[in-house]
Design a protein around this ligand. Structure first.
Ligand code: CA
Length: 274
């Protein structure tokens, strides 16, 4: 997909100068964010801030309008309110994810954990609880898009280079003989007890972070840094919520909580055969 029109006209021709510190890096293709929010004041503020940060935007105020806009506008990511007229953000998330997987940042007015977990279960990748700072919104969206780019790049690499990359891309066999857990890094697929488990991109990365060090305790700060690209420890609740969502999908007993520290994936039991 190509964006229409270049955002900035080149400077008037003049003497050729070498790259200087003040020269901006080449601008990446503009990303389009679909904002679904029925409170006009908040919607306006979010749209304005996204535009100021260099994103293209589209807008919908109801559940049904969001489905239509997602089809017509082909956004790169969604900012999605939970409480909406028509049907709610969870339903929007489910329907959109069924058609075209998209990174979704959920906005929730309530701090209820069940709400957040439902959002994550419906396929949201991350969430913000209202009220939130616009700076944080931009940071989260940017991180989500970066993650998607990374996943695409890895997928391309995996498709193009199985022979040489056979080892780093080999599936990780975890869990016990009775309860196997397979993490296929190259194809980003997970099987628990032989059945395929559908994880969001963030859930997959979270599981992979733990699976790289089975049996070891990984701190919430480390997970936050590795999975979300955040150094700020204030976001560790995000880790907890996503671990809960992940446990629901792969089995609660597989991830051990080490209170005050972090999480540990039950270590793999060496299978007799290779
Ligand atoms: Ca609302």
């Amino acid at each position: 997909m190509r964006c229409s029109g270049t955002p900035r006209a080149p400077a008037a021709p003049g003497p050729i100068t070498l790259l200087t510190m003040s020269q901006p890096p080449p601008e990446p293709a503009r990303r389009k964010i679909l904002v679904v929010e029925d409170e006009p004041t908040l919607a306006d503020a979010v749209l304005a801030r996204l535009n100021a940060a260099g994103f293209d935007t589209a807008y919908a105020a109801t559940g049904p309008a969001a489905i239509t806009a997602a089809r017509e506008e082909r956004p790169d990511a969604l900012v999605l309110d939970v409480m909406l007229p028509g049907f709610d953000g969870l339903e929007v998330c489910r329907r959109i994810q069924a058609e075209q997987p998209l990174p979704v940042l959920m906005l929730t007015a309530r701090d209820a954990e069940s709400d957040l977990l439902a959002g994550l279960g419906a396929g949201a990748d991350d969430y913000l609880t209202k009220p939130f700072s616009m700076r944080e919104l931009i940071a989260r969206i940017t991180a989500l898009l970066r993650r998607v780019d990374l996943v695409r790049a890895q997928a391309l690499k995996a498709n193009g280079a199985d022979a040489e990359d056979a080892d780093p891309g080999a599936p990780l066999e975890l869990g016990s003989a009775e309860h196997p857990l397979t993490v296929d890094r190259a194809r980003r697929r997970v099987r628990a007890d032989g059945a395929e488990v559908h994880l969001t991109p963030i859930e997959f990365d979270l599981l992979l972070s733990l699976a790289r060090r089975p049996g070891q305790v990984v701190s919430r700060q480390s997970l936050l840094a590795e999975v979300w690209d955040w150094a700020d420890a204030s976001g560790t609740r995000t880790v907890d919520s996503h671990v809960k969502a992940l446990r629901k999908k792969i089995g609660a007993e597989r991830i051990r909580t080490v209170h005050g520290v972090g999480y540990s994936l039950e270590s793999g039991v060496e299978a007799g055969s290779s």
